[in-house]
Design a protein around this ligand. Structure first.
Ligand code: BTN
Length: 258
């Protein structure tokens, strides 16, 4: 099991992880982090679990993870941003995760819109942001991160799309070291989020994304549209050019058509 003492040992962050909760089992680290945030916990509070009985994924899906093999954690932020800049937190999360994974794994990482992280073209990490606002300002944001670290086997329906660091690197990865690197990377990049649409974050995200200029299909609910991925708009929406003109999506699943 991940221990609080080993995570905190040598961790020299300013904000992220200053308050750390570690559970062997919990319903969802996002649910716990939300409860703590509603009760006023400080920015940078981190909740980690070895197992989640009700892990949440994007678009109302479940996030399943073998006990004791992966990283499941949530970070509480108290952004000074306006509601319309909320999308920057998605890109902030993807960039600090990509940086930390590249440091620990020594492999290039790809960011897939809106918030997946790929290794060798397969998903190794998902991000779920849950935001709370007071009028047009943030009260808090919970960034939930699930990384497949040492899981060897995936359900059949996911096997050709999902992977773990261990499967791709052919060796186990130390979860405590990886978590420390993630918290460090999150802490270093945090000041860049203060500027709203932050250039450092967006430039880095774009350099990790290979979709622009390529034919893609995007599906969201019953909608399924094909076109060419053009760019992101100012709110993080994906603009694609279609036969009937440009179309912008703010959620969905994108596939690059090979
Ligand atoms: C996705 O659907 O890709 C996002 C998955 C996010 C899963 C993580 S695991 C830790 C945190 N707690 C949750 O309940 N969900 C997120």
């Amino acid at each position: 099991m991940i221990s609080k003492e080993s995570v905190l040992k040598g961790l020299k962050t300013q904000v992220i992880g200053k308050k750390l909760f570690v559970f062997e089992s919990i319903d969802s680290t996002n649910a716990c982090a939300k409860t703590l945030a509603e009760a006023g916990t400080a920015e940078g509070t981190v909740v980690v679990a070895d197992f989640q009985s009700a892990g949440r994924g994007r678009l109302g899906r479940a996030w399943l993870s073998e006990p004791g093999t992966n990283l499941l954690f949530s970070v509480v932020l108290r952004p000074t941003l306006k509601k319309e800049s909320a999308a920057i937190l998605t890109f902030y999360s993807a960039v600090f995760i990509a940086r930390a994974l590249e440091t620990i794994c020594g492999h290039s990482i790809e960011c897939k819109w809106p918030n997946d992280i790929l290794l060798n073209g397969k998903k190794c990490c998902g991000i779920l942001l849950e935001n709370s606002f007071v009028q047009d300002r943030f009260d808090f944001s919970v960034i939930g991160i699930g990384i497949n670290v040492n899981q060897a086997v995936f359900p059949e329906d996911l096997a050709n799309r999902a992977t773990s660091l261990m499967k791709e690197l052919q060796h186990k990865v130390d979860r405590t070291k990886l978590l420390q690197e993630l918290l460090r990377a999150a802490d270093t990049l945090l000041p860049s989020t203060r500027a709203g649409w932050a250039k450092e974050i967006m430039d880095d995200w774009n350099s990790h994304c290979s979709m622009f200029g390529k034919p893609v299909t995007i599906s969201h609910g019953d909608d399924r549209i094909s076109g060419t991925a053009l760019r992101l708009d100012a709110e993080g929406g994906l603009v694609i050019s279609t036969a009937s003109g440009p179309s912008t999506f703010y959620a969905g699943d994108v596939t690059i058509v090979q």
